[in-house]
Design a protein around this ligand. Structure first.
Ligand SMILES: Nc1ncnc2c1ncn2[C@@H]1O[C@H](COP(=O)(O)OP(=O)(O)OP(=O)(O)O)[C@@H](O)[C@H]1O
Length: 728
């Protein structure tokens, strides 16, 4: 069996699984059932980091049990969610919730949130020298030998005049016809760094490019939203050059209409890898004989486990058909592994990356050892104005801590726009419903006219049309909260995001960099907050190895913001001159009221209990997907199931939770198509690949389902793609 895979099967005797409320008070020794290779099933008592010694517990037992009966009964009514997109969550509140039944529902007391938690360790973030990269240069686009209409488009449509560092280095290299490997920080303008020379080169082709020439450039990106975003950038860049037609292919769109567009002709083809492979295999009219540019944006992701095969098919198809072409690889986190691909698919590429000396970007001409400088490949440049924070939160308190943070930002501060990264689609669905219902459900007594917080969701299991709607809605809004999976981690340029919250830690330092890079773009300010449980705090050492340093925020400071919200007042009458201990007690009481609200909502209907269990299960499954290099930090045996259950509003750890069953259900739906074995038998690399595929799926798997549901009207894409629209 793979390293430390947890057996949490229904067949296991219940006492082996941790439970929270009454059980935890009596069991000082918690036991997991774990199977070790060759030893058969055995029961083992682990030094669970969340399993406190009696001494540690003493520190947390000062709080009283709270009699919350009056406070918690009928606390909130289910509401229609605040925003259009968030108004359609799957597990929407329905009759049957305790709140609807009012006094009929028996009161169930929330077990103490603040007892039996692991001690929060002292966290010392190692000192690191952060790699800094200058964003802007004083050089203007006029200095380059670009078509004047292209320069005018940049000035008037993109409102940009001076080049960023990565543009200054990359554009001349690509205009000279060379291949390039480009690494520069998130939000530094890499899209235009390849888009400008690409358009400059195609507009100069004589005789003029015709639609019927088919693709001259192929741009591969990992997600549909990024494909759409890149397509829109090309539409703008090509405004003066109406004879060159851009087009996008991506999962979730009607293949038939994509085929028709391919037949008519697309000159700059932007696609997710899976969808392009599908057309290579099934669309006769796709021809690569004219392709002279290949761009792999977010190249490290595109080359990742999940997409490796797709990329091989694409490269083979291009190599078989096309003339010599220019190749470009770009990302904020290109590592040395990329050099391998560069060496087989590129000709003497120029490496462009930040210099550690002065923060400027440098282009390194090919040498016999051409590669990203090994001493720099592990260090990721983080935007200068990005404030990075972390908070250590015991599992039981995660949900209230997240909720308190959201309230602090979105209710008591102005113009805050948050992205919250969560490890699974099911958990995103569940949390959006839970948070929007509980946090917006009860009218505030202090601010009656305050608009509700807008919660949106984005993940790989959503219908394509809705994904696009959410993406556009969140892009255009000035405030709100987007809960999402890593499907939104790469490349998306969402304006004015003020906070990135990583509620579940990412599976690599590179993913950390991309997630947090959705804020502080192009010289703007931004903030990041990483949630870690006490057993996960050594993750900061992993990040430090990549020159990433975080400042600690205290959980209690976040929770204290609940004091501003009268809805969570509890039963206490708090004196303004009270002692520090009394203040702490007030915070605890308010947090408990909020947790009780969550639990009352969840246990108010069988449907929401089911949704919570599903979300918990998917969280556990995602926890098994951390790569083996991080297993010493994120090991499933470190999870306390009862405490984790609380963070999904469940009063107790559900029985019969299995890390494997979620995967087998996914199999039936056709996800993880390359992996035939049950999840528990997969290697950790395969588990990561399987999860990545399901998140970044090009949409082929979901096609039949989406076909049934999709309306007949033409999609935005079909209406806006192509010459006709660009001429409008
Ligand atoms: N020269 C420039 N001057 C001002 N703004 C620019 C310039 N070039 C690009 N931008 C803007 O910077 C933002 C970020 O650009 P882009 O999305 O290309 O970054 P990126 O480096 O690809 O980021 P990521 O690594 O996250 O994909 C965009 O809003 C873009 O319009």
């Amino acid at each position: 069996m793979a390293e430390g895979v947890l057996m949490l099967n229904v067949s296991d005797p219940p006492p082996s699984i941790h439970h929270t409320s009454s059980q935890e008070r009596h069991s000082s020794q918690r036991k997991w059932t774990e199977k070790k290779p060759g030893t058969g099933k055995r029961k083992a008592s682990f030094g669970n980091p969340e399993n406190n010694s009696a001494k540690q517990r003493k520190t947390n037992t000062s709080d009283q049990d709270l009699n919350l009966k009056n406070e918690t009964e009928s606390r909130h009514k289910p509401v229609i969610l605040a925003s259009k997109s968030a108004s359609k969550p799957k597990a929407s509140p329905k009759k049957g919730h305790g709140e609807d039944k009012g006094h009929d529902r028996p009161f169930i007391k929330t077990s103490s949130l603040f007892r039996n938690n692991p001690e929060i360790p002292e966290v010392v973030s190692p000192a690191v020298t952060q790699l800094k990269e200058k964003v802007f240069t004083s050089n203007s686009f006029e200095e380059l030998d670009l078509h004047p209409h292209l320069v005018a488009t940049l000035n008037k449509l993109f409102l940009v005049t001076s080049m960023t560092s990565v543009q200054k280095e990359t554009i001349p290299v690509l205009m000279s016809g060379k291949d390039a490997v480009v690494r520069s920080q998130t939000g530094s303008g890499k899209t235009l760094a390849y888009g400008i020379p690409l358009v400059q080169s195609l507009q100069a082709v004589r005789p003029k490019v015709k639609r019927s020439d088919g693709p001259l450039a192929i741009v591969i990106v990992p997600t549909r939203e990024l494909a759409q975003q890149s397509f829109q950038i090309f539409q703008k860049l090509l405004k003066p050059f109406t004879w060159i037609v851009p087009g996008v292919l991506m999962g979730g769109e009607k293949k038939k209409s994509e085929k028709a567009r391919l037949r008519k002709g697309i000159n700059i083809l932007i696609s997710t890898p899976g969808r392009l492979v599908d057309h290579i295999k099934n669309t006769l009219s796709i021809a690569f004989s004219a392709v002279r540019w290949l761009v792999l944006d977010e190249a490290d992701r595109t080359l990742d486990l999940g997409f490796e095969k797709d990329l091989t098919v694409i490269l083979n198809a291009l190599n078989a058909a096309g003339p010599a072409r220019q190749n470009v690889l770009l990302s904020a986190t290109l590592t040395e592994g990329l050099s391998r691909l560069a060496s087989i698919s590129m000709t003497d590429p120029v490496y462009i990356q930040v210099s550690d000396v002065d923060g400027s970007l440098k282009a390194a001409e090919p040498t016999p050892q051409t590669a990203l400088q090994p001493d720099l490949t592990d260090s990721y440049a983080i935007p200068d104005k990005l404030q990075q924070h972390m908070v250590v939160v015991p599992s039981k308190l995660r949900l209230v801590c997240l909720a308190a943070f959201i309230l602090a930002k979105c209710k008591f501060e102005k113009s805050q726009k948050l992205i919250i990264f969560v490890s699974s689609c099911e958990a995103v669905e569940f949390l959006v419903t839970l948070l929007s219902t509980v946090l917006c459900g009860k009218p505030s007594t202090t601010s009656k006219h305050q608009p509700p917080i807008s919660f949106l969701r984005l993940h790989g299991n959503m219908q394509q049309e809705e994904r696009m709607e959410v993406f556009q809605e969140f892009s255009q809004s000035n405030t709100g909260v987007l809960l999402c999976t890593d499907v939104a981690a790469r490349g998306l340029d969402l304006p004015q995001v003020t906070w990135i919250i990583q509620y579940n830690p990412p599976t690599s330092a590179a993913e950390y960099v991309h997630r947090v890079g959705r804020t502080a773009r192009i010289g703007a300010k931004g903030n990041g907050l990483l949630f870690l449980s006490p057993s996960e705090t050594t993750y900061i050492d992993v990040l430090a190895k990549h020159n990433i340093s975080l400042h600690e925020m205290k959980m209690n400071d976040i929770l204290s913001s609940l004091k501003q919200d009268e809805r969570f007042r509890g039963r206490g009458k708090w004196d303004s001159r009270r002692s520090a201990g009394a203040q702490e007690q007030e915070v605890r009481e308010r947090a408990t009221v909020l947790q009780t609200d969550f639990e009352n909502y969840v246990h108010g209907s069988a449907e929401s209990v089911q949704a919570a269990k599903k979300a918990l299960q998917s969280f556990v499954r995602a926890y098994t997907a951390y790569p083996s290099t991080l297993k010493h930090i994120f090991h499933i045996r470190n999870l306390h199931l009862g405490h984790a259950a609380k963070s999904f509003g469940l009063r107790d750890a559900p029985k019969g939770l299995s890390a494997a069953t979620a995967n087998s259900k996914e199999k039936k739906k056709g996800k993880g198509k390359d992996v035939k074995r049950p999840l528990k038998k997969l290697t950790s690399r395969e588990r990561v690949a399987s999860l990545i595929r399901s998140e970044y799926s090009s949409g082929l798997d979901g096609e039949s389902k989406s076909k049934k549901k999709r309306k007949k009207k033409k999609t935005n894409m079909e209406n806006t793609e192509g010459k006709d629209v660009m001429e409008q």
